[in-house]
Structure formats: structure tokens, C-alpha cells
Design a protein around this ligand. Structure first.
Ligand SMILES: [Zn+2]
Length: 375
């Protein structure tokens, strides 16, 4: 039986989300704890210290910033420049990059940074992506591995003392454990929150995908980072992170959102750089956990006090299940797969603990919304 947080709209089927005896989830708790307890002045001072230390160590660039061109990475760059850091920005080039994504990336580079756009062999990437979709029901495992691996590998290679990530998603979306809730991104964090279902690139080595093929996806070990004097830190630890605020700042610096409807979820400014991988990644949550990106986004809105839970539920009702036909078509063209085959694979990942078949339709018992159209 699926249970929903009484404060936000997230279900306990979401990985790393736990609903306590009070009916409130750990993401909501960590949000309100953070608001009440965090001394942002002290955190800012810590960041200033980190910047100072970094600059004393750096010989070329001060920090690596992993960027997509999205609003968060634009914000990271704005902040780094404000604090006088000289960043090397690094992008994993998504095979699904959109024209808007390219414009936003160009805009970000134009803020005054050096940039490397890394393209992984398209044939390897395609085969790897299809493999993870078939075996793990995820199109985004290669993407997440690459997004984390490439900047860390670059920092080690160029001896850059700091890798500056954005938000710590363990804080924003629910997480636990001291190893994962601090300023530092560790191997433990990556395995838990790196969205690779706990797998490493080496776990995917096969007759079809050699270790060499997958080398761009390998995460360095903590000790490799230590030896190279690289610290991987979350900017969101030091400065308050809020999607509306990062969007406002990014927009002021030339970032463009979508003009009409969001690609996925609630925000018109989220995931705009990618034409299908991210949308389908989030869509698979519907099969696996019985919710979509919209639930995550609306829960953030509730926590930050911009929306009531009742309003969020109305929005979910209105949007329905958001079947992403256009993105599925684009993916199928890219992967050389039919829509039927895509849906057959997706179906194998339907979580039978929450879904059951009733008069020809798949339904979720005790769903958030009673009068839902399941057909
Ligand atoms: Zn909650």
C-alpha cells in the first residue's frame, strides 16, 4: 500500500524517502530543519574560507563547474565569478541537446568562463543507454555517470582543487546519513544519490561494452581525489538553494526558459537542455514508483510555502498522467526502437507492489487522487 506524506505529495515508494510516525516525510523534515537551524551567515564565511584556500592551491583554474547550461549551472557560474573564482566549466554533451539548450550553454560561456564540451562516442552511448533501459528501466544511468565522472576526472587531470556542484539532492528530495548530508560529494553520496541505481560503470562492463568503451563513465575513488588534492563540494551547502531564486538570477544573466509549457514536471525552466532522456527518465518513475517529476516539483513548491497541498493536488489532476509521446518518439528514432518495443520494456518495470490490473487497466490502490483516469 502506497502512503503519501501529509505535508507534500510524495509517496513512500520514492527511493530514499521515508514517512515518519507523524506522517511527514524526511524531505519535508530536512527542509524545515534546514530553515530553522542553519546559520547561513556562518556557511557563507565557510565558503569564503573555501574560496581562499582553493585560490591558494590553484595553479591553473580554481574550480571545475559541471554545467548543462541550465538555470542551476548558470547560477553556479554567476556565484563562482562573484566570489572571484576562475572556473573551468565542463559539460557532458547530451545526445538529446536542444537548440534552446545550446543557446543557454553559449550564454553561460559568455558570462566569461573557459569551457569544454565532452562528447562520448555516440555508438557507445547509444548501446549503453539501451542496455540500462532494458536491464534497469532507466535511460539516465549513463547520463548520470557521465555528468559526475567527467568533471571529477578533469579536476584530477588538470589538478584543479575544487569541483563545485549545485544543490545536494539528498537535502532537497529526502536523504539520510551523515556521509551524504554534508558539504562534500563523496563516493557514498554518488552511489546513493547519483541516480545510477547504486551501480558503477564497472558493473556494466560486458562483451558488448568493454572497460575502455566505458572509461568516460568511471567515477574516481575518494582516495584518488584526495591524492590529487581535489575537493568536490556542493554550493547548495554554503548558499541557500531555491529553484525560483536560481531561475531569477540566471534569467537576469541571459538564461532563457521555455516560453509555453514545461517539458517535464512543473517548471518551465527545468531540463530545457534535453529533448528526451530526462523526460523519459522521469516518466519511468510512473511505472516504478507511481509518481512523476511533477510530484517532486510541486512538493518543493509546498515546502517553500508558495503553494498549498490542495493546490498541488489540483494541478496533478489537471495534468493527468502526462504521457510523453513526443519524447518517446524522439528516443525511439535515436535508439532505433519502435514505440511498441519501448512500451514493452517499460512495462517490465511496472512495480507490482503498487500497481495492479483492474478491468483491463493498471491502477494504483489508495492513490493520491480518488477520481483518476487510469485508462
Ligand atoms: Zn513530505
Amino acid at each position: 500500500m502506497i502512503k503519501y506524506c501529509k505535508n507534500c505529495v510524495l509517496p513512500d515508494s520514492r527511493p530514499n524517502l521515508e514517512i515518519g510516525a507523524d506522517g511527514i516525510c524526511n524531505a519535508c523534515h530536512s527542509w524545515s530543519d534546514k530553515k530553522e537551524i542553519i546559520d547561513w551567515e556562518a556557511r557563507l564565511k565557510d565558503f569564503e574560507k573555501l574560496v581562499e584556500h582553493t585560490k591558494s592551491k590553484a595553479v591553473s583554474w580554481d574550480c571545475v563547474i559541471p554545467v548543462s547550461g541550465g538555470k542551476d549551472s548558470t547560477w553556479q557560474v554567476i556565484k563562482a565569478l562573484e566570489f572571484g573564482l576562475k572556473p573551468l566549466c565542463v559539460t557532458w554533451r547530451t545526445p538529446a541537446r536542444s537548440a534552446l539548450g545550446q543557446r543557454n550553454l553559449d550564454n553561460l560561456i559568455g558570462l566569461g568562463v573557459d569551457h569544454i564540451d565532452v562528447t562520448i562516442n555516440p555508438d557507445v552511448e547509444k548501446r549503453f543507454t539501451i542496455e540500462t533501459f532494458k536491464k534497469a528501466g532507466s535511460l539516465a544511468i549513463p547520463m548520470h555517470m557521465a555528468i559526475f565522472a567527467i568533471p571529477l576526472q578533469m579536476a584530477i587531470k588538470f589538478k584543479i582543487p575544487l569541483v563545485l556542484w549545485g544543490e545536494n539532492s539528498a537535502m532537497e528530495y529526502g536523504g539520510k546519513g551523515e556521509n551524504t548530508l554534508g558539504f562534500k560529494m563523496t563516493r557514498d553520496w554518488l552511489k546513493t544519490y547519483g541516480v545510477t541505481q547504486g551501480t558503477l560503470a564497472q558493473d556494466w562492463v560486458s562483451d558488448d561494452l568493454s572497460e575502455k568503451d566505458l572509461s568516460a563513465y568511471y567515477w574516481p575513488d575518494d582516495h584518488e581525489l584526495e591524492e590529487a588534492g581535489v575537493t568536490a563540494a556542493f554550493l547548495g551547502w554554503y548558499l541557500p538553494w531555491d529553484p525560483e531564486e536560481t531561475f531569477r538570477a540566471a534569467k537576469e544573466h541571459g538564461f532563457e526558459a521555455l516560453s509555453d509549457k514545461p517539458l517535464t514536471g512543473y517548471y518551465t525552466y527545468a531540463d530545457v537542455d534535453d529533448e528526451f532522456i530526462i523526460t523519459l527518465h522521469h516518466w519511468m518513475k510512473w511505472y516504478k514508483f507511481g509518481f512523476t517529476r511533477l510530484w517532486d516539483n510541486l512538493s518543493l513548491e509546498i515546502r517553500s510555502g508558495r503553494m498549498s497541498r490542495a493546490q498541488a493536488i489540483e494541478i496533478i489532476k489537471e495534468k493527468g498522467d502526462e504521457y510523453p509521446k513526443e519524447e518517446i518518439d524522439k528516443f525511439c528514432v535515436w535508439a532505433g526502437m519502435s514505440e511498441k518495443e519501448f512500451l514493452e520494456i517499460a512495462q517490465t518495470f511496472r512495480n507490482k507492489d503498487i500497481w495492479s490490473e483492474k478491468s483491463g487497466s493498471w491502477v494504483i490502490d489508495s492513490f493520491l487522487i480518488d477520481e483518476w483516469n487510469w485508462s
